[in-house]
Ligand binder design. Structure first.
Ligand SMILES: CC(C)(COP(=O)(O)OP(=O)(O)OC[C@H]1O[C@@H](n2cnc3c(N)ncnc32)[C@H](O)[C@@H]1OP(=O)(O)O)[C@@H](O)C(=O)NCCC(=O)NCCS
Length: 167
């Protein structure tokens, strides 16, 4: 067990959680976390076919490597293992936000989000936008984003619902 203490928002977070910029050397670990999260945390909100299509996007390693190199991409680590990640693209678009299934509700996404928001502010953006899953909607609501519209995107012929949200 790790000791926990309140973070700046009063939430409990591992004392040993740290944030850093992702590098291309992290891509394999990021993809493993992504697939594990989609196949566990999201299963109550999407059908097995939708989960399969979503997880399949991990096959495009070049695309994910480009996310790391082209976006402000942060990883949260505990004892050297990645337990969550998030990225912001073009200054104010939150592209990714995933936390390992064994580390949910400990304020890890909250901490990542606040760091992304800080980066956006430095870039001159006061409001963040994202297209978020049904699963992640309550988290983004907790960060002050509201649904602007519901999307139905098609991937490999399978329709997947998510929400455009904005602060
Ligand atoms: C969304 C996600 C990143 C949140 O990660 P997390 O580290 O567990 O979130 P936090 O602990 O920082 O939560 C902060 C607040 O968000 C809200 N929240 C987070 N998850 C929630 C849930 N499942 N239900 C209701 N509220 C939730 C709560 O207000 C929470 O505060 P609290 O724990 O004090 O009540 C995580 O659930 C996840 O990886 N989901 C699957 C991946 C996904 O769909 N990503 C988005 C793709 S667009």
């Amino acid at each position: 067990m790790h000791l926990t203490e309140p973070n700046s928002t009063g939430k409990s977070i591992h004392t040993s959680t740290s944030l850093r910029r992702a590098t291309t050397a992290d891509v394999a670990e990021i993809l493993a976390l992504f697939v594990g999260t989609v196949r566990s945390t999201c299963v109550n909100d999407y059908t097995p076919e939708q989960i399969d299509v979503w997880a399949l996007s991990a096959k495009n390693v070049d695309r994910w490597t480009a996310f790391v190199t082209d976006q402000h991409f942060l990883v949260a680590e505990i004892e050297g293992a990645i337990v969550g990640f998030g990225s912001v693209d073009k200054g104010n678009y939150v592209n990714l936000m995933y936390v390992h299934k064994d580390f949910l509700r400990r304020g890890i996404a909250d901490t990542i989000f606040d760091a992304l928001q800080e980066h956006a502010l430095l870039m001159g953006f006061e409001q963040l936008t994202a297209d978020v899953s049904i699963t992640a909607r309550p988290f983004f609501e907790s960060k002050g984003l509201r649904v602007v519209k519901q999307n139905r995107k098609q991937e490999n012929g399978i329709g997947i619902t998510n929400y455009r949200m904005s602060q």
